[in-house]
Ligand binder design. Structure first.
Ligand SMILES: [Zn+2]
Ligand SMILES: [Zn+2]
Length: 284
């Protein structure tokens, strides 16, 4: 990785369910997981989908013992890698796990639910690492030299967007999210009210990683599932003055060729647009 800059590596970019195979070989089939590092070495991991398995192995191999995991929400595709995240099994490691409180319990209780014996052989309380759990609300806090802000998203679960700032750069992760005003869903209407607040949260981001699960033709049947069209993500990035938009949370049935086609539609956009793919690394 390049020194002196805020760095991002995508380990999982798929939405809903992991989808390995020939149709997803280039963008990848793993669900949400992103590694962020400051130049001082502070590690923040955003979401713990199946992509976190590879990240966990890399962290163990390099001897990283500390980190902070930010969970956007507790839908499966964002937490399913947690029971397989190797750093949590080592008693010499220390992790903070932060996320919005579930509707029926704390973050810790919700994460423990997917590790009950019916589903998994190791209980959450048996994880070897020292783990502190934090129920988050809208606000801000510090992870060493990385400043973290949170903002509620529009999704059928309590869901937070994260804004990370360090080394003079900023990353905004906003996934899973559905536009508040459906009139703006295809990116063609002026943003107002809570949609404007959403854009303000992403203001001036060097990298906006945004839900782009849908294309406008899918909105009539899939609106209300809590996801956004790529066109809205790009328009939002433009209005927010973001430097770059990474389309993220690709539908499991979205092929590599289809994703190429979506990204190509924005080649003349005033904001730089890329399709997030597993193992892509950016220095901001
Ligand atoms: Zn999701
Ligand atoms: Zn979700």
């Amino acid at each position: 990785m390049v020194n002196g800059r805020l760095k991002v590596r995508f380990w999982g970019t798929r939405g809903s369910i992991a989808k390995p195979g020939p149709t997803t070989a280039r963008y990848g089939g793993n669900t949400s997981c992103i590694e962020v590092r400051s130049s001082r070495g502070t590690l923040v991991v955003i979401d713990c989908g199946t992509g976190s398995h590879g990240l966990g192995q890399a962290l163990v191999a390099e001897g990283t013992t500390r980190g902070c995991l930010l969970i956007s929400h507790t839908h499966w595709d964002h937490i399913q890698g947690l029971p397989f995240f190797a750093p949590l099994f080592d008693h010499t490691n220390e992790w903070d796990i932060c996320g919005p409180k579930g509707l029926s319990g704390s973050l810790r209780e919700t994460l423990a639910g997917q590790m009950e014996s019916t589903y998994f052989p190791v209980a959450l309380e048996s994880l070897g690492a020292t783990i502190r759990y934090w129920d988050l609300l809208q606000g801000s806090f510090q992870v060493d030299d990385i400043h973290v802000s949170t903002h509620h998203l529009n999704h059928p679960a309590l869901t937070l967007a994260y804004r990370l700032e360090a080394d003079g750069a900023s990353i905004v992760y906003a996934c899973d999210h559905e536009v508040y005003s459906h009139a703006a869903a295809d990116g063609n209407v002026r943003l107002d009210g809570p949609d404007l607040r959403h854009a303000e949260f992403a203001a001036g981001a060097d990298l906006l990683i945004h839900d782009a699960h849908l294309v406008p033709a899918e909105l009539p049947t899939e609106a209300s599932f809590g996801h956004a069209a790529a066109d809205y993500a790009v328009e939002l990035g433009h209005r927010a003055g973001a430097r770059q938009v990474a389309l993220f949370h690709h539908r499991p049935d979205r092929t590599d060729d289809a994703l190429d086609g979506i990204v190509a539609r924005f080649s003349a956009s005033p904001v730089s647009v890329l399709g997030a793919r597993d193992q892509l690394e950016l220095a901001l």
